[in-house]
Design a protein around this ligand. Structure first.
Ligand SMILES: NC(=O)c1ccc[n+]([C@@H]2O[C@H](COP(=O)([O-])OP(=O)(O)OC[C@H]3O[C@@H](n4cnc5c(N)ncnc54)[C@H](OP(=O)(O)O)[C@@H]3O)[C@@H](O)[C@H]2O)c1
Length: 267
């Protein structure tokens, strides 16, 4: 699928990887629906690239419904959906409040599933379209201190794999991009900066280019950087040694005997 004159909806395009995807899509002649949660950032990016801003919090179901309606109202269709918006959370599971846990699942997993569910039927009816997911290496290997985030991304991967099979022969392409560490504000937002020297963070434009490649070539999957695919391959072939190495050299986050923070379920 070529992007010229296509309608591309990018979630989480107010900054970071999403902003790069929106910008590269616009440069290829697409009509870009720039989604973000922050009103000013979202409008600024839309103005910069000549796109159309859509503001909404993906953890709120009414905002999800509004986003779908507003996207269709603007151009009458969405040809390409890029499920990119995401939020991280780092620390032992016992420090995570129920509200924080729900937020990660709602934004990183549920919103992408619901948006795909909402926009897919019209793509199938037109006999063409693309849905691309921005996943994470965390969802392929698991990471200490990111148990819920890893679970959300693993869910995205299996959803995409299943949906790809379900859409075979419909003209709708389903792709996944698996980044490692990317130079964005993601780590600051999640509350713990990235301090390791390896793997070295890649620029968000590299991930955006991989997203556009999966959409335009119909590739099922892309890794950024490409060598990252070795990690889950080693884990599959030699799980014992892999777990030993990751316990020794991976993130040194461990659960605590008592929860260190709580909130009421209503928060
Ligand atoms: N950075 C990395 O190292 C890395 C690695 C692997 C995978 N990823 C994945 O790549 C994707 C983009 O991450 P990034 O690095 O570009 O992060 P980022 O710079 O923090 O951007 C995150 C985007 O998601 C949006 N977002 C967050 N919470 C939201 C909510 N509740 N409702 C609506 N939008 C929300 C943000 O909107 P506002 O700014 O307007 O709030 C922003 O546009 C995520 O899915 C992330 O999991 C990132």
């Amino acid at each position: 699928m070529q992007l010229r004159d296509r309608v591309v909806l990018v979630t989480g395009a107010s900054t970071g990887i999403g902003r790069a995807i929106a910008s590269q899509s616009a440069a290829r002649g697409a009509h870009v629906l720039v989604h973000g949660r922050d009103h000013n950032r979202t409008h600024r990016v839309a103005a910069e690239i000549g796109g159309f801003p859509l503001v909404g919090d993906l953890s709120r179901s009414e905002d999800l419904t509004r986003l779908r309606t507003a996207a269709l109202d603007r151009f009458g269709r969405v040809d390409v959906l890029v499920n990119n918006a995401g939020v991280g959370w780092a620390g032992p599971l016992t420090s995570m409040t129920p509200a924080q846990l729900r937020q990660v699942i709602e934004v990183d997993l549920l919103a992408a599933l619901e948006l795909s569910r909402a926009l897919l039927p019209a793509m199938v009816a037109r006999g063409e379209g693309a849905i691309c997911f921005v996943s994470s290496i965390a969802g392929r290997t698991g990471v200490a201190g990111e148990a819920v985030y890893s679970a959300a991304k693993a869910g995205i991967d299996m959803f995409a794999e299943s949906l790809r099979a379900e859409t075979t022969g419909t003209g709708v392409h389903v792709g996944v991009v698996v980044p490692g560490v990317v130079r964005t504000g993601f780590f600051d937002t999640r509350g713990r900066p990235y301090t390791r020297s390896r793997p070295r963070p890649v620029p968000p434009d590299d991930v955006a280019a991989a997203v556009l490649r999966t959409v335009t070539t119909g590739r099922a999957e892309a890794w950024v950087p490409g060598w990252l695919r070795i990690a889950p391959a080693v884990r599959a072939l030699a799980p014992g040694p892999y777990r030993w190495l990751s316990t020794r050299f991976g993130e040194q986050v461990r659960v605590e005997p008592e929860p260190t923070s709580t909130d009421s379920d209503a928060s």
